[in-house]
Design a protein around this ligand. Structure first.
Ligand code: SAM
Length: 199
């Protein structure tokens, strides 16, 4: 059976051509509304082809450090070919067993990846540990929950059962993982949950 990494490997070269024309504006909105600020150390989980990286660099005036991880080496190859900033590093890693010191980041971003985690509660708890006090977690689907869930259900593939939770369930999971200041937007074509680590 095809693994999730192999599935995404096979999409790497065509991924960007499958994005909506307005994806940059939608990603800008994710970054703007989730509280990303200059000076942050950011973990981009499941970076794919790195679509959100230009928005992060622009919104912080290139004043941030981005560690972008993914389980797909082909996605990382495409992402790395598009970025030439010493503020960004790429790494083949799975967030579910990510080997990294606690309190390493000010923001953990999961853009269009959350449905693919096999143990979502574990990932949220790991994100909490990886964040410094006052750090933020971002769970986003810039084209909306229904679009994501529909695309997955129509693939007949390793991701066909992967679902973005309804926003109330997302809020409950963030709270259970220890997050505070939970904010959630669930519009027909935009989904964003973000929360803060308070201690
Ligand atoms: C739907 S794509 C989205 C990519 C990118 N964030 C975007 O917005 O276009 C999901 C990506 O997450 C990666 N991924 C899935 N599960 C992962 C995990 N447990 N840890 C790290 N990356 C993961 C996949 O390989 C894929 O590149």
């Amino acid at each position: 059976m095809t693994s999730q990494a192999e599935f995404f490997d096979s999409y790497a070269d065509k991924w960007d051509s499958l994005e909506r024309d307005d994806i940059c504006e939608l990603l800008d909105r994710v970054v703007r509304e989730s509280g990303i600020e200059p000076g942050m150390d950011i973990l981009d989980v499941g970076t794919g082809t790195g679509v959100i990286i230009p928005c992060l660099l622009q919104s912080t005036n290139n004043n941030c450090n981005i560690r972008a991880i993914d389980i797909s080496k082909e996605m990382l190859r495409v992402a790395a070919s598009k970025v030439s900033s010493d503020k960004v590093s790429f790494e083949l890693a799975d967030i579910e067993d990510f080997d990294c010191a606690d309190a390493s980041f000010d923001a953990v971003i999961c853009n269009a990846v959350y449905p693919h985690f096999s143990d979502k509660a574990h990932v949220l708890k790991r994100a909490w540990s990886l964040l410094r006090p006052e750090g933020i977690i971002v769970i986003s689907h810039p084209t909306g929950r229904d679009a994501v869930n529909q695309v997955h259900s129509e693939t007949d593939s390793v991701v066909s059962e992967d679902r973005a939770p309804c926003i109330d369930e997302m809020k409950r999971m963030l709270s259970a993982a220890g997050f505070s200041d939970i904010s959630a937007t669930d519009e027909p074509e935009f989904y964003l949950a973000h929360a803060r680590k308070r201690q």
